[in-house]
Design a protein around this ligand. Structure first.
Ligand SMILES: O=C(O)CC1=CCC(=O)O1
Length: 259
């Protein structure tokens, strides 16, 4: 997969889909990488040229020293778009990717066609939870938090019934660079976009998961209420709703992007 040196670091990215089509950028959640979007790729690439990338500190992108900031991760996206000659794109991000999407909507709306904010929040607390998670990883590596995080990402029923879907996500989490992961935890911990998101004028879809313990539906409803004209879609899933309820997620995003 290609890598690119921008914003003082090296990023892994890939394009899929027809070269003449509109570009849809997909942004991963904390502790995952661009492979988290595999369930969407067959359908998304029928309509869009899909640009996936690994967020700083994740996957095959470099883990520069932290702590990171959501504004920094948003600026990384703008640097990637500039380097690839992309003036205007649709953007879909889940959780941390949705926090980056909020920042882009507020600070670089002219670069966006449509915005999809999935299983995310304008503020995700409490800070002590993130401090504890960072301390646990610093002391014991990714293995110290894997089981607890997987339990937040999927319902028990999905974990029991779909081991083939959960295993690759767990493997990516376990392989994530602990320094990149904790640096990104700090970005998530320190973010508060509650007041800023009212300035988003890009057509926006907010997706939430009924069983999401990390960013509950109340967080999605807050965003949908605060962003003028935003649509709201709630799926019967936990945090990684694009995997747990993949078909409904894919259909919901495509329906919105085609509107
Ligand atoms: O990892 C979690 O617990 C949930 C989460 C918060 C931000 C993100 O991207 O995932």
């Amino acid at each position: 997969m290609p890598s690119i040196d921008i914003a003082g670091s090296t990023f892994n990215y890939r394009f899929d889909g027809p070269s003449g089509a509109s570009v849809l950028v997909l942004s991963n959640s904390l502790g995952t990488d661009l492979t988290m979007w595999e369930p969407q790729m067959p359908a998304f690439t029928r309509h869009f040229r899909v640009l996936r990338y690994d967020t700083r500190g994740h996957g095959a992108s470099a883990a520069t020293p932290g702590p990171y900031r959501i504004a920094q991760l948003g600026a990384d996206v703008l640097a990637l778009l500039d380097a690839l000659g992309l003036d205007r794109v649709h953007f879909c991000g889940l959780s941390m990717g949705g926090m980056i999407g909020q920042w882009l909507g507020v600070n670089a709306g002219a670069r966006l066609g449509r915005l999809v904010l999935c299983n995310t929040a304008a503020l995700i607390g409490p800070a002590e939870l993130w401090d504890k998670r960072i301390a646990a990883v610093e002391a014991g590596g990714m293995a110290a938090i894997t089981d607890g995080v997987i339990a937040r990402w999927f319902t028990d029923a999905f974990v029991a019934g779909h081991p083939e879907a959960v295993a690759p996500v767990r493997a990516v989490l376990e392989a994530t660079d602990p320094a990149g992961y904790t640096a990104a935890c700090a970005a998530v911990r320190d973010m508060d976009q509650r007041a800023a998101v009212a300035a988003i004028t890009v057509p926006t879809l907010v997706i939430a998961g009924t069983h999401d313990l990390a960013t509950p539906p109340a967080d999605g409803r807050f965003l949908a209420g605060a962003i003028p004209g935003a649509r709201y879609l709630e799926l019967p899933a936990a945090h990684l709703s694009n995997i747990e309820d993949a078909d409904a997620f894919t259909a919901g995003v495509l329906d919105f992007l085609a509107a």
